[in-house]
Design a protein. Structure first.
Length: 176
């Protein structure tokens, strides 16, 4: 049985409106800017390095599911979550594969690599066979999720190790 009374199950738009009611305009603008932050910035190395490395600006990648070229996962109930292996909002399917934890830090490259807390991060990727939910697998919307960075500027997703997708030339043992 599914209980529709939980606020966490009403989609990203509802969450952003709720957050807006709980905070001031400046904080809301930071969150909205974080949702569309390009290029992303991350700290290099694990030895406490104070240098930041900017990730080069690129396209959103194949099959973003953000409404820019078809389906929009960002409006789905339950999209804000840390475990992205299962489908949400009435869709079925759970991605099978080797479990993977993805921990992403987001830092301010203009401010001594200080953590960026309160930014929305949208993560999506293909399944172990190189297929994308909502596109190749139209009845599924798994392997997609949004989280807000914590006070350390970090999000952690539970997912599976992705396979190679059609069009990726380097590093694939098969052609999708």
């Amino acid at each position: 049985m599914h209980d529709d009374t939980h606020d966490h199950d009403k989609g990203l738009e509802h969450d952003l409106k709720t957050l807006a009611g709980m905070t001031d305009r400046r904080q809301l603008l930071r969150w909205m800017a974080g949702a569309a932050l390009l290029p992303l910035v991350g700290c290099g190395g694990t030895g406490g390095s104070s240098e930041c490395a900017t990730i080069p600006e690129e396209t959103a990648g194949p099959y973003p599911g953000d409404g820019s070229n078809g389906p929009n996962a960002l409006v789905l109930a339950g999209i804000v979550r840390n475990d992205i292996r299962s489908s949400i909002a009435g869709s079925t399917g759970t991605a099978e594969g080797v479990p993977l934890t993805v921990k992403l830090p987001l830092v301010n490259g203009n401010d001594s690599c200080g953590p960026l807390a309160g930014y929305a991060i949208y993560l999506w990727h293909c399944d172990r066979d190189g297929k994308y939910s909502m596109y190749n697998l139209t009845s599924q919307n798994d392997l997609r999720g949004v989280q807000e960075t914590d006070s350390e500027g970090t999000v952690t997703f539970t997912t599976i190790f992705p396979g190679c997708y059609s069009g990726l030339k380097e590093g694939c043992a098969h052609d999708g």
